[in-house]
Ligand binder design. Structure first.
Ligand code: G
Ligand code: MN
Length: 245
C-alpha cells in the first residue's frame, strides 16, 4: 500500500469522527491476587474503508498537531461513559481507564468538563481513571493544579508506560497519581533479562512506597505473568489475559 500523507489522514480522521466511524475496544486489567477484574482500559480504534486500520500511534499525534484532539477526547469520553452505563445495567460495575493526551490537560477547565460529563450521564466519577503518559509537557505547578482537581473529584490517575520516557521521580512523588503502569518493554524482557526483573521490582516497590498500585502491561506468556506477580505487581494486563475486545 502506498504511504498515506498526514494531510490525507487528517481529512479522513475528521470525516471518521463526524460519521462516527471510530470505535472503542476494551482490555481488562485483572488483580493478580485473585484474578478479579480491577478495571478495563479503553483503546481507540479506527478502521477506515479506504485506509484500512489506522493505529492510534499514527492518528493521535496528527490529531494533536492539527487541533482535532479535543474533539477526539470528547468523543472518547462520551463513548466510554455510555459503555459504563450499558455494563452497569448488565450488572458489571467496573472502572474504565481512558488515555488522555497531555494537550487536553492544558485546558484549565478540563477537570470540570470531565466531571460535568460524568454527572450528565450519572456515572460516578470514581469509576473513571485517566491514563497519562509520563513526560513533562508543561510546568509542574500547572500540572499539579490540574491533576489535583481531578483527584478532588474522585477521578483516578494512572501514569502510563512508566520507565521509558524521561521519568522524573520528582514528578512521581509530587503528583497525585493512584496507579503506576510498568511499560510493556520491561515485561516483554522479563524472562531473559535480570535487569528488567530488577527494574520491575524496583518500580513496584516505589509504587507501593508512594501508595500507588502497580500494573504490568503487555503480559503475553504464563512465565511473564508468574514473574511479574513474584516481583510485586498488583494488576496485570495483556494478550495472555485478554486482547482488547
Ligand atoms: O500506551 P498504552 O500502554 O496505553 O498502549 C496500549 C497498547 O498496547 C494498545 O494499543 C494495546 O492494543 C497494546 N497491547 C495490549 N496488550 C498487549 C500485549 O500483551 N502485547 C502487546 N505487544 N501489545 C499489547
Ligand atoms: Mn494506557
Amino acid at each position: 500500500m502506498t504511504p498515506v500523507t498526514d494531510d490525507k489522514l487528517l481529512g479522513a480522521l475528521g470525516r471518521a469522527l463526524h460519521d462516527q466511524r471510530l470505535h472503542m475496544l476494551y482490555q481488562p486489567k485483572v488483580r493478580l491476587r485473585d484474578g478479579s477484574l480491577a478495571s478495563v482500559e479503553a483503546l481507540m480504534r479506527w478502521d477506515d474503508p479506504d485506509l484500512g486500520t489506522v493505529e492510534p500511534s499514527r492518528f493521535i499525534p496528527i490529531a494533536e498537531e492539527h487541533g482535532l484532539i479535543d474533539e477526539l477526547t470528547h468523543w472518547g469520553l462520551r463513548t466510554i461513559l455510555r459503555q459504563w452505563l450499558d455494563w452497569c445495567e448488565e450488572g458489571i460495575d467496573t472502572a474504565i481507564a481512558f488515555n488522555i493526551s497531555a494537550l487536553s490537560l492544558q485546558h484549565l477547565d478540563f477537570p470540570d468538563l470531565v466531571e460535568r460529563m460524568c454527572r450528565g450521564l450519572e456515572v460516578p466519577t470514581d469509576r473513571l481513571v485517566l491514563e497519562l503518559t509520563e513526560g513533562a509537557t508543561q510546568p509542574l505547578v500547572k500540572l499539579m493544579d490540574t491533576l489535583t482537581r481531578f483527584r478532588i473529584k474522585g477521578i483516578g490517575l494512572a501514569i502510563d508506560d512508566f520507565g521509558t520516557g524521561y521519568s522524573s521521580l520528582m514528578q512521581l512523588r509530587q503528583l497525585p497519581f493512584t496507579e503506576l503502569k510498568v511499560d510493556q518493554a520491561f515485561v516483554a524482557d522479563v524472562a531473559r533479562s535480570r535487569d528488567s526483573r530488577l527494574i520491575i521490582q524496583a518500580i513496584a516497590d516505589l509504587a507501593h512506597g508512594l501508595g500507588l498500585s502497580a500494573t504490568a502491561e503487555g503480559i503475553e506468556t504464563l512465565e511473564q505473568l508468574r514473574t511479574i506477580s513474584e516481583l510485586g505487581c498488583d494488576v496485570g494486563q495483556g494478550y495472555l489475559i485478554s486482547a482488547p475486545m
